[in-house]
Structures are given as C-alpha cells and as structure tokens.
Design a protein. Structure first.
Length: 565
C-alpha cells in the first residue's frame, strides 16, 4: 500500500468514518472501492479518487477494491482495463485479490431486476429514448407517465425475458423502475434500469444483449462486495436517492454513498468525452501525450507518483467545487524531483566556444555533483576539452546592464570547470548571426575561485563538443490558453482554446556523455533549464527528452508562507 510523508487531512468523510466506527456501524469495518469505467484512460481527477479511496482503507485498517463498471460494451475495451490496472499500480496502490467487474454480477443483477418486476417496482417500456426524455418533464414541470407503466407483472416478466433472448431491436424497449413521475428529483422519474445493446462485451462476449444501467449496477455491486463507504464525486449527489431506493426496495445490504467535489484543474479538461476527442481528432498524439492530464501522459512527461499523491492529499476533500491552478500540481512535481533527480548538463540551443589557450589534445575530467539535495548520490566525471557548447542565450554581444552572462571582454565561470573570458566573436557573413566564440581560460580557477580573489557574476553550463551526445528536446506548455476551457463561450468549442504553441520540438541539442546510459522513464534536472524525462521514442545515439517542468516555481514562497513549510 502506498504511503506519503504528507499528513492526511481531516475532512468530513473521515469524520463520518470515525463516527461510524465509534457507533459500530458496519461492525466497525471500512471497505471502499475505486470503480472506473473502462471506456478511456484515467486522468489526474481519477488520481484524486484513487488516493482517497485507498488512503481511507489504509488509515482505518480496511480494504479497497478495484472494480471495473463495465456495463456499456459499445465504449469499453480491454486496452482500457490494462491501462487502468497499470496506472493504479504505478501510483503505488495494491488491491490484492480484490479485482472485480460489474460483468461478474450480470446474472445476479438480472435476478434483482426480475425481483423488482415481481414486486411491481419495474416495468418494460416501449417508449423510444427520445420519447422517454420528453415524458420525463423538466425541473419545473412534472413528468408524464408512460402508457406502458401499468402492464401486469406477468406481461413485464415475459417481455423482459424476451428482451434478454434478443427478440427485440435496440432502442425498442427498456426496463424502467416504477417510482414517481412527479418527483422533484428528475432522476427518480422512472429511470431506465436496463437497455438493449446488441454489442459484444470484452469479457462476456455475446452472452448478453441487454445491459444494466450504471445507477442500477453501481449500488448493487457495492452491496454485493460489502462496501461500507461508497465515495463518489458530487455530480452523483442527485443520484443518491436512486442508489438508496434500489437497495431499500430489494431489501439488501446497504452501503452509504458519500459525495465530494471532483478535481477541476486549470488550463486542461478532465472530461473523458473531451479527452477522447483530443485523441481521435489529432490534437494530441495519443492518450499518453505528455500534454494530456491522463496518468499515462503525466508519467511519460516525467511526473512522479509521489508528487501526484502529495498533491492529491494536500487538496483534501470538500463539498465545494473549485478550479485548482495547475501550477500547484507542478510545485509538488518540482519539490519531489528536486530530491531525487540527478543533475546533468545539456545544451538545448548550442553556441560553439573555442578556448584558444587550452591545449588541443587535452581532455580533463571534471568532478560534478549528481544531486546537492542527496549527498548519497555521489559525483560523476564530465569531460572538458578545448571546444565546448554553451546555450546561445548565455551570450550577448551588446548586453544590457542587468545581463551578467558572457559578453565580449567579460569573464564567467563554467560549471565545475574554469573561469573563461570572451576574446572574440565569429559571425555568419551572410546573416550576421554569431556562430562561434573565442575565449581564454584561467587554469588556476579549476573548480573554484580565482587565487587573486576576483569574482564573476554568472556560472554557465556546457558540454564538451568532442564528447557530446545528440539529443532532441520536447518543450511542453499549457494545452489550453484559457484558464477554464470547460467554460465555453456561445458559438465556440472547447478546442478553440487549444494553445497552438503547446509543443516545441528542439533538435540539435547536445548532452553530456553520462546520458548515454539513460533509459526511457529516467528523470533528470538539466542544470539551469528544468526537469526532464527520457521519452520512449529515444534510441541509441538519438535521445529524446520531455521537459517535465521548468525550474521556476511561483508557488514555493506562497506555500511556505501559508502552510508554514
């Protein structure tokens, strides 16, 4: 079971559980579940639900199930099942032998539906889906009863059994609960319990052609599994009366449904339907595109499970909807990577530097610190030679007063190496662009200060041209320009807010030779540039890195002040 150093918050859900344990409700047991629908990849909003359900079980000495609510074969796929398993495990959680599927219960659910019919609490309706919507009424007007609502028990049983046998076409009949068409809660106006879907199921094959609806399946699955606290997001609050009605009407074991506010994250969307559109319409390269808020996308970008868990735990749970700044998530990623990511030197936009007074055939090995936050990480050797690359932006021919990096006649420190002074500039005769710098070095400044006490105001990273490894870097920005792309203006689509510059691919980069041993998934801090992760697209001699986050952290000071860190 996953753990984190971030303390568990106190919230209304935990208060309910504590009270239930004190009163002996459910015999003091705590049994939660994470119930994803296998119709897409999990995203950061699911991560919050995963952390909450598994954390509650761990904190209160209980259990947590992984259950796939696979009741719609037209949208579900075994690929999604595998992805969900992989993501939950990657986050650090283990469900043991408690992996269940709603489809495991199809026979029992069918029998429960038969029981409702026998009790006069369900009927077969011939209205089309469009007619059902029209008959349902509005928030201010009551619904109208179906003309098929008062069929006899015998007729309903016959029709429902024939629905299962496949005698009727899709959309021609449904099984509906008989509750109250005048209920102020629209959900309770004779909701559909079963519909005809002549589609092959990824687990049950062609055995069924009728499938239970989510609201009917979910509460009974909770009941069958002995769940105590059925935690779900706030949009299901209006469905809770139906959850209770089904269980109470059948007289079966009754868990407690508790709702909390879902995670809404700025500059992204967390609707599966919209995420699917981004994939299918080619706005991103796939579910694991590093710009996506999917767990697989965050993993590929270089986020750590520890950072995601710390973020989710810090948010806590409440009943109030809010929009969380994505910068807060990035803060926890930086905080975690700062502790664990090895430091390396990579030049993204290279400018050639020749040290004229350095021996042409000499190669020195400079000792570099792998991680100043982790002394146990040790050091590594980085080759230094006469010809180097530095970042193009680290040189200006005519610098402003606040620019302290390299310029003609100016001296800077090369990280772990020497002081160098710029003595000459070579330009492209056609474009006037600076293509090479000539410098001199002070051999007495290796790895330290000048013996005469002179100081420099800047330290630059570099790589030796003779030893550098070619690399490609993908720089990611916000996927959406609008803070809340879910707030779609009239006449627009959420895709109208996509950032056209959310990805910049930088080729011609040079990396220090130690990165030749990196494997996809390895995370690093590129000194002075940010945190990066090696992408699965990497090949020997053609490395590809995704920028996880930049070094700048606008949340660091704010959180230290507000949280007393």
């Amino acid at each position: 079971m996953a753990t984190t150093d971030t303390p568990a918050p106190t919230d209304f859900i935990r208060e309910i559980i504590i009270r239930d344990q004190q009163t002996g409700k459910y015999g003091g047991r705590v049994h939660t579940r994470f119930p994803p629908e296998p119709n897409g990849y999990l995203h950061i909003g699911h991560a919050k639900a995963i952390c909450l359900n598994f954390d509650l079980a761990e904190e209160f000495g209980g259990l947590c199930n992984l259950r796939f609510d696979d009741t719609n074969p037209t949208k579900e796929d075994a690929e999604y099942v595998e992805a969900i398993r992989r993501d939950v495990r990657w986050l650090g959680f283990d469900w043991g032998d408690r992996e269940y599927y709603a489809s495991d219960y199809f026979d029992r659910l069918y029998e429960y539906a038969i029981e409702l019919i026998k009790r006069g609490k369900a009927y077969v309706c011939d209205l089309s889906p469009e007619e059902i919507r029209l008959y349902r009424g509005t928030l201010t007007e009551p619904g109208k009863e179906s003309p098929y609502r008062n069929r006899s028990v015998e007729e309903n049983l016959d029709l429902f059994q024939r629905m299962r046998a496949g005698e009727f076409e899709e959309g021609s009949r449904t099984l509906r609960a008989k509750i109250d068409m005048a209920s102020p809660n629209v959900v309770m106006r004779d909701p559909v319990l079963y519909r005809i879907l002549k589609a092959r199921h990824h687990r049950t094959g062609d055995r069924w052609c009728i499938y239970p609806m989510y609201d009917f399946t979910h509460c009974l699955s909770d009941s069958i599994e002995g769940i105590t606290h059925s935690v779900c997001t706030l949009e299901f609050e209006t469905n809770r009366p139906l959850y209770d009605w089904v269980l109470d009407t059948l007289g079966v074991y009754h868990p407690q449904q508790i709702e909390f506010a879902r995670l809404n994250l700025s500059h992204t969307v967390l609707s599966k339907r919209r995420l699917l559109r981004l994939v299918q319409e080619g706005y991103v390269s796939g579910w694991d595109d590093p710009r996506m808020p999917t767990i697989s996308g965050l993993r590929r970008r270089g986020y750590t499970p520890e950072a995601i868990r710390a973020f989710c735990r810090r948010l806590g749970v409440s009943k109030s909807e809010s929009l969380v700044d994505i910068g807060l998530l990035e803060h926890y990623v930086r905080e975690d990577l700062n502790k664990r990511a090895p430091r390396v030197m990579v030049v993204q936009r290279p400018l050639r530097v020749v040290i004229d007074n350095y021996p042409e055939d000499l190669v020195e090995e400079m000792e570099a610190i792998n991680n100043p936050e982790d002394p146990s990480a040790g050091t590594r050797k980085v080759p230094f030679s006469r010809v180097l690359y530095i970042e193009r932006e680290d040189f200006l021919e005519n610098p402003p007063s606040h620019f302290y990096r390299l310029a003609p006649g100016r001296e800077v420190r090369l990280r772990y190496a020497y002081f160098v002074r710029c003595t000459g500039v070579v330009k492209d005769p056609q474009t006037g662009e600076v293509v090479e710098l000539h410098c001199t070095y002070d051999p007495q400044t290796r790895g330290g200060d000048a013996p005469d006490g002179r100081k420099v105001k800047a330290t630059l990273h570099w790589v030796s041209a003779k030893h550098a490894i070619p690399a490609t870097v993908r720089l990611y920005d916000r996927l959406f320009l609008k803070e809340n792309p879910n707030d779609v203006e009239e006449g627009k689509d959420f895709t109208d807010y996509i950032n056209p510059n959310s990805l910049e691919v930088v080729t011609g980069c040079w990396a220090e030779p130690s990165l030749a041993n990196a494997v996809p998934g390895d995370r690093f801090q590129f000194e002075r540039l940010g945190y990066y992760c090696m992408d699965p697209d990497s090949r020997p001699g053609a490395l590809v890195f995704n920028r996880t986050v930049s070094l700048r952290d606008p949340y660091a000071k704010v959180l230290k002040a507000t949280l007393g860190q």
